[in-house]
Design a protein around this ligand. Sequence first.
Ligand code: FAD
Length: 431
Amino acid sequence: MMREQNYWLTTVAMPNVGRSRPLPETVDVAVIGAGFTGMSAARTLASRGARVAVLESQTIGWGASSRNGGMVLTGLKLGVNKLISLYGRDLARRMYAASLATIDCVERIVLEEGIDCDFTRSGHLEVACKQKHFDDYARQADVIAREFNHQLHIVQKNDLAGEIGSSIYFGGMVDEVSAGLNPAKYVAGLARAAAGAGAAIYENAQVQRIERSAHNGTKGWQVTTSLGTVWSRDVFVGTSGYTGEATPALRKKIVPIGSYIITTAVLAEALARELSPRCRMIYDSKNYLYYYRLTPDNRMLFGGRAAFFPETADTIRQSAEILRQGMIQVYPQLRDTEIEYVWGGTLDFAFDIMPHAGQLNGIYYALGYAGHGVAMATYQGQKMAERIAGGAPDNPFAEIPFPGAPLGLYNGNPWFLPLAGAWYRFLDWVS
Ligand SMILES: Cc1cc2nc3c(=O)[nH]c(=O)nc-3n(C[C@H](O)[C@H](O)[C@H](O)COP(=O)(O)OP(=O)(O)OC[C@H]3O[C@@H](n4cnc5c(N)ncnc54)[C@H](O)[C@@H]3O)c2cc1C
């Protein structure tokens, strides 16, 4: 029977470190959001001696951090040629190098904190839906080798069976550096690590207002939450696709987009190996793309932007059938396999499809991960924590402008999403 429930959450007990208790009167840093960004920042800040309160409107990992595909991916959402043309060689090189460093960052934290989250360097495979997409892979791999000193390998259509048990694609491109993990176990482990370092985590603490306020002559912020108020010297926002009215300036710069996932029943070992012999993290070359992988217990996890709108009971239900049809196109072998779980989550897209980190109106933030956030969110949380603690870490994403909507035509209510969905489908048809 299919359950409208996040499969990953059935594999883990979230730590009991976020139970309601009175907020302290003052802290050094209020971190808003208990996902990868917030927990990674809290861990680093607390381990440097800062008094940290993590304020989460729901529960630990409630947002995208427990709901995602668990793909720990190199590279950025934006293509490499576009990256170079927009930012120039030097900055693009630093950005790409940072994208590789994000994977090491996750691996290091997993090892240092002993987080049991099935982290494996299984690599990722991008598969071409059209011949011209495949032809472009060789050009991309060339640019990445030449400009960024990083090797990808091209898989011809004839050799694809060693990578994927599907015959619909025109070839593939593999990056061995990417990894996979169980995101709910990972965010639970990050929360334990942050709490272990001394950060206090408050669940059911929705931040409602952030106002400038001095305390004993020190500049800072009065943070009003559903649990009461806390004064904080600095505020760091890691609310991703769930960014709301408490931070209106950030809300106007982020478009929340729904993404949905189904998982099958546990597959027989031989079938699982046939579908994905190397357990790669797989995604296709379309704008309206599918992403999929085996879970550590051999379910097929299959995701996509079946509906553009953020998750509701209706969009989740509709998505289950749309995704099942998509999965069967890729893998006819799964025609009779039961779907056991379906759920949705919200992605955060900036208008330039780049990650952003920095300070806006005095408030620190990191967001805009565009579906590439497992590694980047962890990394940005750490980098921004180092900066808040007084360091000057290298962070190329903190140097780029953070654009708003063209002509200012956006107040945080994404009225244009149905148009965007149609536009992406059109692009996939013609490109
Ligand atoms: C279905 C899906 C699949 C994905 N797959 C992948 C993948 O395979 N690989 C990948 O790299 N990325 C993937 N992503 C993206 C990735 O999950 C996110 O980029 C990442 O989890 C962002 O982490 P975060 O901590 O910034 O935000 P989140 O985990 O979304 O956390 C934000 C938190 O802020 C809280 N919050 C919001 N407003 C307030 C407030 N006012 N007061 C208090 N708390 C507040 C929310 O409750 C939420 O818990 C996927 C995302 C989705 C939705």
